[in-house]
Design a protein around this ligand. Structure first.
Ligand code: NAD
Ligand code: GDD
Length: 327
């Protein structure tokens, strides 16, 4: 039986990945600084631990592991990563997790490791035109990410590749493009646009206006978590290291995305554009390389994924109303 460690198993993508590995027959150890609030820890072993501490990394990385998935990071949407107020923590915390897990993997002789990078590492100068952003893998340099979160991801990609070059660890690196879906963060300040817009629409009543940050003409593509997990597994079982984009090519403006969610809700709502943290003007995944190397690319239509997510967020709001958290 293959054994895997999922770092960040208490989080959104890590929780889905644990379930996928279990369904494939893996023995899975999860580690996170917190419990997974939705997935009830389907890992065979779940360790609460802080990967900024090298002793914790040494405890959870054992020599019997076949694979490590390193997803633990200080992470959030525009309201968390583009305000500037969390930059030191994001860089300090995430880089320590990466350094400690890699060093432990080297010392314990674990041969294969996945790293979750981000489209935020792409240069801002190629993402100024909302209708024609460039995010092909080779366009990463000259580097000029628009956030410290993006710089940390770019540095850590290089860190994983350096361990591959010098220590024989096989690295697999994907650049995620805005992943969303059931069990993703939907409130509290770290939520990304898909969940935030679903929450705002679900909580609105006929005649209300939904607040969208910026002029709403900025573009993104959003990928459902199921296809993210499928891509991670396909990359991990391939002989291609990456870095490679893992995202959807179905680009949409934020106002059109809000209109889609409003249409799904069946409510009579309008959009109000307000100031807010924005990030790049336009972003879309470029899937040429993943198609070429893996013979596969995400294909689920955005609307289908949003319908599923809107339904789940509506249920969470109803649960919160029925079971309010005690003050
Ligand atoms: P998430 O916040 O739900 O999961 C990250 C998990 O890491 C959290 O559960 C958190 O508690 C854990 N963690 C943070 N610091 C830790 C520490 N010191 N020790 C142990 N655990 C720690 O986020 P996610 O959306 O599941 O993202 C997973 C990975 O994918 C992250 O590396 C993120 O940067 C990357 N990524 C995500 C997206 C996206 O759209 N969701 C896009 C690009 C990249
Ligand atoms: N979060 C959020 N909430 N964003 C909103 C909202 C809202 O209510 N209204 C409009 N937006 C706009 C933001 O201003 C931004 O221009 C766009 O929607 C997308 O915001 P996010 O989904 O929060 O983040 P992002 O796409 O800019 O970056 C995310 O994806 C990266 C990978 O593609 C972040 O989660 C990064 O951390 C991640 O690496």
């Amino acid at each position: 039986m293959k054994k895997a460690l999922v770092c960040g198993a208490g989080g959104f993508i890590g929780g889905h990945l644990v379930n996928q590995l279990k369904s494939e027959g893996y023995w899975v150890r999860g580690v996170d600084i917190k419990e997974n609030e939705y997935d009830n820890n389907n890992a065979d072993e779940f360790i609460i631990g802080d990967l900024r501490d090298p002793d914790v990394a040494n405890e959870v990385v054992t020599s019997d592991l076949n694979e490590i998935y390193q997803l633990a990071a200080d992470m959030g949407g525009a309201g968390f990563v583009f305000t500037g107020t969390n930059d030191a923590g994001i860089m300090h915390n995430s880089v320590l997790c990466n350094l400690n897990v890699l060093e432990a993997a080297k010392n314990k002789g674990v041969r294969r490791i996945f790293y979750s990078s981000s489209a935020c590492m792409y240069p801002e100068y190629n993402q100024m035109d909302p209708n024609n952003p460039k995010c092909s893998e080779e366009s990463a340099y000259p580097a000029a990410p628009d956030s410290e979160y993006g710089w940390e991801k770019l540095f850590s990609e290089r860190l994983f590749l350096a361990y591959q070059k010098n220590h024989g660890i096989e690295a697999r690196i994907a650049r995620f493009h805005n992943i969303f879906g059931p069990q993703g963060t939907w409130d509290g300040g770290r939520e990304k646009a898909p969940a935030a817009v679903c929450r705002k629409v679900a909580m609105a009543k006929d005649g209300d206006a939904i607040e969208i940050w910026g002029d709403g003409l900025q573009t993104r593509s959003f990928l459902i978590v199921d296809e993210c997990v499928e891509g991670i597994r396909r990359l991990m079982t391939s002989d291609f290291s990456g870095p490679v984009n893992l995202g959807s090519e179905e680009m949409i403006s934020l106002n059109d995305f809000a209109k889609m969610v409003i249409d799904i809700s069946g409510k009579n709502l309008t959009i109000k554009n307000i100031p807010g943290p924005l990030g790049v003007r336009g972003r879309n995944s470029d899937n040429h390389l993943i198609q070429q190397k893996l013979g596969w690319a995400p294909s689920t239509p955005l609307r289908k994924s949003v319908e599923k997510t809107y339904e789940w967020i509506t249920e969470q709001i109803q649960k919160t109303v029925l079971e309010p958290v005690e003050a």
